[in-house]
Design a protein around this ligand. Sequence first.
Ligand code: NAP
Length: 246
Amino acid sequence: MEAVRPDGIRQVGAGKRVCVVGASGKLGRYLVRHALDRGYEVVGVCREQSVGKLADFEGRITVVPGPTDDRAVIARAVEGCDAVLTVLVPWGVHHYASGTAQAVLDHARPGARLVFSCGWHITRDGKDLYSRWFKASVAVVTVLAKLVRMVDIDDQVEACRRIFAGDTRWTVVRGSDLEEGESQGLPVWSRHVGDPVLASNRTRRVDFALFMVEAIGNEDLVREAPAIVGRLTPSALAHAAPGRGA
Ligand SMILES: NC(=O)c1ccc[n+]([C@@H]2O[C@H](COP(=O)([O-])OP(=O)(O)OC[C@H]3O[C@@H](n4cnc5c(N)ncnc54)[C@H](OP(=O)(O)O)[C@@H]3O)[C@@H](O)[C@H]2O)c1
C-alpha cells in the first residue's frame, strides 16, 4: 500500500527515480524539494559553478555537474530515470534551450515521463489569444535580449517545437508571471492563453514546481501544454472548472 507522510503527502515516488535538469535555479530547487517529499530518488543536473546552490540537499540527491545542453552529461543523468523534469531556459545565443531539450528527448529511456517548463509565450497550436501588450513585450524582449546576446527567446520556441513534434510522453507546462510565497496548492490550468480562468496571470513559483512534479503521475497531461495560474488567484476562483486542477 502507498505510504502517506505525517503531513499528508503521498509517497507516490517510492522506488522511482527522477532527474531534474536545471536543479540549482529557483524553480529547480522547488522541483527537487517536491520530488524528495514524494519519495522519489532525485538526480540533479546543474552548471559546475552552481553545485553549491544545492547544498541543502547534500546526501539526499545525486548531482551531475555540467551544462544542461551537454549530451554526455544528460545521458549520464537520465539513465534509469522514470521521469525527467527540465527547466527550459534560453540563455545565450548558442541554442542552449533547444540543445537541452534535444539531449533529454534523445537520451531519456523510452516511456519516461518528460515534463518541461516554459512561459505563456510558447503556443502549441496557435490558438492562444494574447493581449497586444503581451505580444509587444515578447517582441521587444526577444529583439533586445538577442542583441545583447544574453537570451534567445526564439530558441525556447524551437525547443518546444521539437518536443511537440515528438512521440515521447511529454508535458510542456507554460507558466504565467511568477512570484515567491507560500504554496496555494496545485495551480489551475487551461489549454489556451486567453481563457478567462488564466486572466490573473500570476502563479507562485513553488506551485509551478508542484504542478510539474504532480504531472509525472497525471496521464491526462501527456502530450498537453497546460497554461497555469495560481489556484487562489481571482480568475481561478471565478472560473475554474472540475478537471482543471480546481
Ligand atoms: N521568471 C518568470 O517570471 C517566468 C514566467 C513564466 C515562465 N517562466 C519559466 O520558468 C522557468 C524558470 O524560470 P525562473 O525565472 O524561475 O528561473 P530559475 O528557476 O531561476 O532558473 C534559471 C535557470 O537558468 C540557469 N542559468 C542562469 N544563467 C545561466 C547561464 N548564463 N547559462 C546557462 N544557464 C543559466 C540557472 O542555472 P544556475 O543555477 O546554474 O545559474 C537556472 O537553472 C523557465 O522555464 C521560464 O521560461 C518564468
